[in-house]
Design a binder for this molecule. Structure first.
Ligand code: G16
Length: 544
């Protein structure tokens, strides 16, 4: 066995997006494509000699093949030890947990999150640093720079590792330890939540719940924790067997794609609590009997109730949300007298705040919620947090949400996505908006005066790094907001996201249909951006 130095040439499309590099499987299957990106990652990460790496993914098609390549490249690049999930499976939060627990140098996570999988589906790869979180922009930019200059990569010609076999195997002088994919993560959850109270809730009364794993990676985690450890009846977890093509589904836990769960939760005999997670287990959707909790509200409600949970019983240091996420959490932070942070979209921006203990809870409108227990968003953690609150409060999801609105006011919120828009059209729409920014402040629309209009720029309060062009914001004196940005996770053309938010303090007006309550702002958002004229669309592809 030997380490080979393979000559290669750069690919020009290896710039990591919001969360790593996501492309069609067929793109990754091109000769040298994966290898170039992995070598660029190792080069950007620093000295790998004698270091420990974690590797795992969401089990989608090409996961196991890519892992064998990464292991051989890790050995050739000097790593001395790798922790890898059995059969190559680690949910994104579990990977973050394992990196932290075993103090690894970093990890490589293979996932394209909620994007469809299979031979013609999507694949993805990202690097997480030693705190367990996604690499910051300084490293992702360095990966891209390396990928533009790469001339060779190093790889061992050793045989494949048996990923099904728990325990330690050798690969060209590097030890590869295949670990149970669930155990470390489940132990962490036990340390955070009141499992006794949740077990009582799930087993002693009439409470019923449903968890939809959408044939993606969370199935084994949810089955072990909810059914085996917490005693929920068998069948509580549906679609719990992970499949390489996610059962040809789209494991994005929202009202559009989790249709089986949504239908049940909005039926006459609905369970008390419903939840779903995504392809790699970091997103969550929360539902009650005939009620959907928006991710923005979920963050605010968890923050307001955090002291009911053992891990957060001493309170929170701060709350962080991504810029397009509604301002509901800010109101909770204000009442609690703690810091509120507004970051660009992307979990990587929360890492510094969590490390510096400037935030304890973080959340995003894109169905992501998490805390300082790891450095990724965490779908099942959010579900357990809700269960813990429900177990203590002994009230329905609806009651908890409505009481929250009464106390803090309601932030009506929706996101309209226009998918697969030709990139040039999407760019010209953003430019059209950019051109108006200077003139918008002071203008009135439907009696609502624009107080600011800008392209969001973020200065990290911990390391002072600056991230510009993070989305167009139009804010009104009333607190209403319209935000436009282009997704950084799609793999086909561009996805335009339009985020619309309006605050309602009046209790008598807090129970309208969201789309109706926001109708005037939605129309304004369309006309300011000239959506129909510039991208030829009359309706969004997905509404969340
Ligand atoms: C990723 C990021 C999130 C981000 C989301 C959507 O989530 O980790 O921080 O909010 O993408 O990003 P965009 O609007 O750019 O598509 P995931 O679950 O896809 O890894």
């Amino acid at each position: 066995m030997a380490f080979n130095k393979v000559t290669t040439t750069p690919f020009d499309d290896q710039k990591p997006g919001t969360s790593g590099l996501r492309k069609k499987v067929t793109v990754f299957q091109q000769p040298h494509y994966l290898e170039n990106f992995v070598q660029s990652t190792f080069n950007a990460a620093g000295n790998c000699q004698g270091k420990t790496l974690v590797v795992g993914g969401d089990g989608r098609y090409y996961n196991a093949t890519a892992i064998q390549t990464i292991l051989k490249m890790a050995a050739a690049n000097g790593f001395s030890h790798v922790w890898v999930g059995q059969n190559g499976i680690l949910s994104t939060p579990a990977a973050s947990c394992v990196i932290r627990r075993y103090q690894a140098f970093g990890g490589i996570i293979l996932s394209a999150s909620h994007n469809p999988a299979g031979v013609d589906g999507d694949f993805g790869i990202k690097f997480n640093i030693s705190n367990g979180g996604p690499a910051p922009e300084s490293i992702t930019n360095a990966i891209f720079t390396n990928s533009q200059q790469i001339e060779q990569y190093q790889i061992s010609d050793a045989s494949d590792i048996d990923l099904g076999q728990l325990g330690t195997q050798q690969l060209d002088g590097m030890s590869v330890q295949v670990i149970d994919s669930v155990a470390d993560y489940a132990e962490l959850m036990q340390s955070l939540f009141d499992f006794t109270a949740i077990r009582d809730l799930l087993t002693q009364g009439t409470f019923r719940m449903r968890f939809d794993a959408m044939h993606a990676v969370t199935g084994p985690y949810a089955t072990e924790i909810l059914e085996n450890q917490l005693g929920a009846p068998k069948g509580t977890v549906i679609n719990g067997v992970p499949l390489p093509d996610f059962g040809q589904g789209h494991p994005d836990p929202n009202l559009t794609y989790a249709e089986e769960l949504v239908a049940e939760m909005f039926s006459a005999n609905a369970p008390d609590f419903g939840a779903a997670s995504d392809g790699d287990g970091d997103r969550n959707m929360i539902l009650g009997d005939n009620i959907f909790v928006t991710p923005s509200d979920s963050l605010a409600i968890l923050a307001a109730n955090a002291t009911l949970v053992p891990a957060y019983k001493n309170g929170l240091s701060g709350i962080a949300r991504s810029m397009p996420t509604s301002q509901a959490a800010d109101r909770v932070a204000e009442k609690l007298g703690i810091e509120a942070h507004e970051t660009p979209t992307g979990w990587k921006f929360f890492g510094n705040l969590l490390d510096a203990d400037r935030a304890t809870l973080c959340g995003e409108e894109s169905f992501g919620t998490g805390s300082n227990h790891i450095r990724e968003k965490d779908g099942l953690w959010a579900v357990l947090f809700w269960l813990n609150v429900l177990a203590v409060e002994k009230r329905s999801v609806e009651d908890i949400v409505h009481q929250h609105w009464q106390e803090f006011g309601r932030n009506y919120y929706t996101r309209h996505d226009y998918e697969a828009v030709p990139s040039e059209q999407a760019q010209s729409l953003m430019q059209h908006l950019q051109n108006q920014l200077a003139d918008l402040p002071g203008k009135q629309f439907n009696g609502n005066t624009v107080s600011y209009a800008d392209n969001f720029s973020y200065t990290d309060p911990v390391d002072q790094s600056v991230s510009e062009n993070q989305g167009i914001r139009i804010g009104f004196e009333s607190g209403d907001r319209i935000i436009y940005r282009l997704s950084g996770t799609g793999t086909e053309g561009a996805t335009l996201r339009v985020y619309i938010e309006s605050y309602e303090a009046d209790q008598n007006k807090q129970h309208q249909d969201t789309q109706l309550a926001l109708a005037a702002l939605i129309e304004l958002a369309g006309s300011l951006a000239m959506i129909t004229d510039l991208i030829g669309r009359t309706a969004p592809t997905v509404i969340t």
